[in-house]
Design a protein around this ligand. Structure first.
Ligand code: ASP
Length: 357
């Protein structure tokens, strides 16, 4: 029996007494819960802040790109499906138990960051300088507070540092060594840069460098992770984490930590996480545009997303995809690549996982 189940009685009591379940209630993050399915038995602090029987939605991606069935063995495909579905199941368990959108976003992204299959945290791609330079962002749809970090090299879980920037600094974005100094002050887990080494990513970088193609080639990137949540209080949050593009140069930063480009959340309209060639997502302010189309044109979520991905992004020559949820708890995916690792789960619907078009 996991700790979440053990605490259900306490949670029920909390919920009965809860007067702070409104969308404006702050997180107190007092409870230590051992997460199910977490590969390194990570302990994460959270406290229930929403009713146990609320309506909630979770959607996520694990990157988009040239993802073709013919390139997958059955085992490899199964491993990706398993990673996505276990993250969704763990997130669903938290949401059922009254976790906040922010806690579930952070927990789920951390889990993907610890999984070397994805281009975030442990599985991050290498830059041309032979480094892993990580970007992440988190956004709270209640008040559009946000925290982001770029080009950090010693942070095991950049999403947690992004959250700390949001909650414990006066700023939205911290980069590189400055972000790491802040992380040390905050007690965020630091690692030696060698922690991020994986043979596969090293070889991908070497192969790309040998071709002298530059980093903006669609086939050579995928695996960024992103999660969007509507919790049982009705609050939205979004989080995204990435190693960026293989062989990126000169301190290049993509869309992931740029609020409005790769990550956005606003309780009134939607929460969005993007993956793809970040330059286009920055130039087209893609994540914010989804919510803006809902706000100003009254479009439904899928219409807004498809107009941006199959219209704006495709017309500009960009590639990638987005996952999003709206203020009513609907989720949707849109991408113009061959595939996108993606999935969703709702209080009233089972886990759904898809990879190919
Ligand atoms: N969007 C990320 C970036 O440009 C990469 C990706 O999603 O694969 O840094």
């Amino acid at each position: 029996m996991n700790t979440i189940t053990k605490h259900t009685g306490i949670l029920a009591l909390f919920t009965a007494l809860c007067t702070g379940c409104s969308p404006a209630s702050p997180d107190t993050r007092a409870q230590r819960v051992e997460l199910p399915h977490e590969p390194d038995a990570h302990i994460f602090d959270w406290s229930p802040s929403c009713p146990l029987n609320g309506s909630w939605t979770m959607a996520m991606h694990g990157g988009a790109g040239v993802i073709l069935k013919k390139n997958f063995t059955a085992e490899r495909e199964q491993a990706y499906r398993e990673a996505l579905s276990s993250t969704l199941e763990a997130g669903a368990e938290m949401l059922r138990n009254g976790a906040s959108a922010l806690d579930v976003v952070e927990t789920s992204v951390r889990k993907m960051e610890n999984d070397p299959k994805f281009n975030a945290g442990k599985g991050a791609v290498f830059s041309a300088a032979g480094m892993n330079e990580l970007d992440a962002a988190i956004m709270d749809g209640r008040d559009r507070n946000a925290g982001t970090v770029a080009s950090v090299k010693r942070i095991k879980n950049p999403i947690s540092l992004a959250r700390s920037v949001m909650e414990n600094s006066r700023h939205v974005m911290l980069i590189s060594e400055g972000a790491e100094t802040f992380a040390e002050q905050q007690g965020i887990e630091m690692v030696d840069p060698a922690y991020f080494y994986t043979q596969k990513r090293w070889e991908q970088m070497q192969a790309k460098m040998a071709k002298k193609q530059g980093s903006l080639i669609p086939a050579t990137k995928f695996g960024t992770v992103g999660v969007v949540i509507k919790d049982g209080c009705g609050n939205l949050a979004a989080g995204t984490s990435t190693g960026g593009l293989t062989a990126k140069e000169w301190g290049r930063v993509g869309d992931t930590p740029i609020i409005g480009a790769g990550t956005y959340a606003d309780n009134r309209y939607c929460a969005v996480s993007a993956t793809g060639t970040g330059e286009y997502f920055i130039r087209a302010t893609i994540a914010r545009d989804v919510c803006a189309r809902r706000e100003f044109a009254g479009e439904d979520l899928q219409t807004a997303m498809d107009a941006i991905i199959h219209g704006t992004l495709t017309d500009m020559g960009g590639d990638g995809g987005i996952v999003a949820i709206d203020n009513e708890g609907n989720f949707a995916f849109s991408f113009n690549t061959k595939g996108m690792y993606r999935g969703a789960v709702r209080h009233d619907a089972p886990v759904l996982v898809k990879i190919y078009k």
